[in-house]
Design a protein around this ligand. Structure first.
Ligand code: CTP
Length: 393
């Protein structure tokens, strides 16, 4: 039986830790819980004990705890240490190597992989201090289940909500069981591209990068090594992967080439089809009333290029098709034209999908077309990643 040491730190989301324990024990994992002082303000040791069926540890200096199982032993008896919810405070302690209570001491003493599921107010999550701590932890190999975005208990809206228990459960399973995409390299393009018109203006589109970034995170959660190549976006960087930031389609193309070879390529970026040939000095009005003539040249087609047969071609290439009419017909034609294996087609005509939080798609593979009803972009990303996991099974 695989064993999990679950550290429950403070925060309104601590109640979700109970649901997580239920999922874990139901799946046959052994769970030992550690409750921080703040965590105990939100859930009781008794409820954790009832669900884990084991003693709940709270104090660093409790003699009985030390005689039963010292903190070093406790931190090493597990196969995985999970912190859910992980507050800004415990993440900062972990990053700094502080050990001033049982939970932080265990985290410093463990020799096992650590997975954290942060939950906090949106401003705390977006604070540069938390960002720096998270970057440091990711660099050290700490696994992260990023928080969800949505309305928060404090009345604000944004990223910071604890990921849902099934998502944390999936990440735990992937960490313990290697994940179906372990050893695979995935390249994901995401976001728009910006094509300069002159030094201060550019051509762009409404892509937010939400879908592409969520796919990158979902693939990483299944064990893939991910290279995310992103145009300019406002969504936070996902953790646990290499991120290459680009601006233009030509830069994105070069970054994809540099990231090859790969087993999987997902082209979710909304790449501009054209760039302005001479984006030199700032365009002036000149008072003639004559608009400037922009001379456009075609950009390289990243998806079509990577789909070409050859030694470097990934085993699975997935494209996206943003259409406003005749969805299946246009997307199927696009799949054939570009030579990719699967195409994810969505209708972006006035449905609030581009830039929104939800998506509704057709997945067109060589085997047929599946309609995936409207769902959150994170859920869709997980569903697609699962399907990719099955492809490589
Ligand atoms: N794509 C790409 N490189 C480009 C243009 C598009 O990799 N220069 C990829 C996108 O990432 C997406 C797919 O191609 O996966 C479809 O993009 P879309 O803009 O819908 O296709 P276009 O080829 O531009 O076709 P059209 O605009 O005529 O519908």
């Amino acid at each position: 039986m695989k064993r999990i040491l679950l550290i429950v730190s403070g925060g309104i989301a601590a109640y979700k830790a109970l649901e997580l324990v239920r999922l874990l024990t139901k799946a046959g994992y052994g769970v030992t819980a550690v409750l921080t002082k703040a965590g105990a303000e939100f859930v009781t040791p008794l409820s954790l004990q009832a669900l884990t069926g084991a003693k709940v540890y709270q104090d660093l200096f409790s003699l009985t705890d030390e005689s039963e199982m010292g903190h070093i032993e406790l931190s090493r008896a597990a196969d995985l240490v999970v912190v859910a919810p992980a507050t800004a405070n415990i993440l900062a302690k972990l990053a700094a190597g502080l050990a001033d209570d049982l939970a932080s001491t265990l985290l410093l003493a463990t020799d096992k992989p650590v997975l954290v599921a942060p939950a906090m107010n949106v401003r705390m999550w977006q604070h540069p201090a938390t960002g720096a701590n998270m970057a440091l932890l990711a660099q050290r190999g700490v696994l992260v289940v990023p928080p969800d975005e949505g309305p928060m208990a404090c009345g604000e809206y944004g990223p910071g909500r604890l990921a849902e228990p099934p998502a944390i459960f999936a990440a735990i399973e992937a960490a313990l069981n290697d994940g179906p995409l372990k050893g695979r390299h995935a390249i994901v393009t995401s976001g728009p591209t910006h094509e300069p018109i002159d030094p201060v203006r550019y051509l762009a589109n409404r892509s937010s990068g939400k879908q592409g970034h969520a796919i990158a995170a979902a693939l990483a959660a299944l064990g893939a090594r991910v290279t995310l190549i992103s145009g300019p976006v406002n969504v936070p960087d996902p953790f646990g992967m290499e991120i290459v930031k680009v601006e233009t389609a030509r830069e994105m193309f070069a970054a994809v080439q540099a990231a090859l070879p790969a087993d999987i390529a997902i082209c979710a970026a909304a790449v501009a089809d054209w760039h302005v040939e001479e984006a030199g000095q700032k365009l002036k009005k000149h008072g003639t009333g004559q608009p400037p003539a922009l001379k456009l040249s075609e950009n390289p087609d990243i998806l079509a290029d990577i789909s070409k047969p050859g030694a470097q071609r990934p085993a699975l290439v997935v494209g996206f098709a943003a259409e406003t009419e005749k969805l299946e017909e246009h997307a199927s034609a696009k799949r054939a034209r570009k030579g990719c294996d699967w195409i994810v087609a969505n209708n972006v005509g006035g449905t609030g999908i581009m830039g929104g939080d939800e998506n509704e798609v057709l997945l067109i593979t060589g085997q047929g077309t599946a309609h995936w009803a409207r769902m959150g972009k994170t859920a869709l990303a997980r569903k697609l990643a699962d399907k990719i996991g099955e492809f490589f099974a």
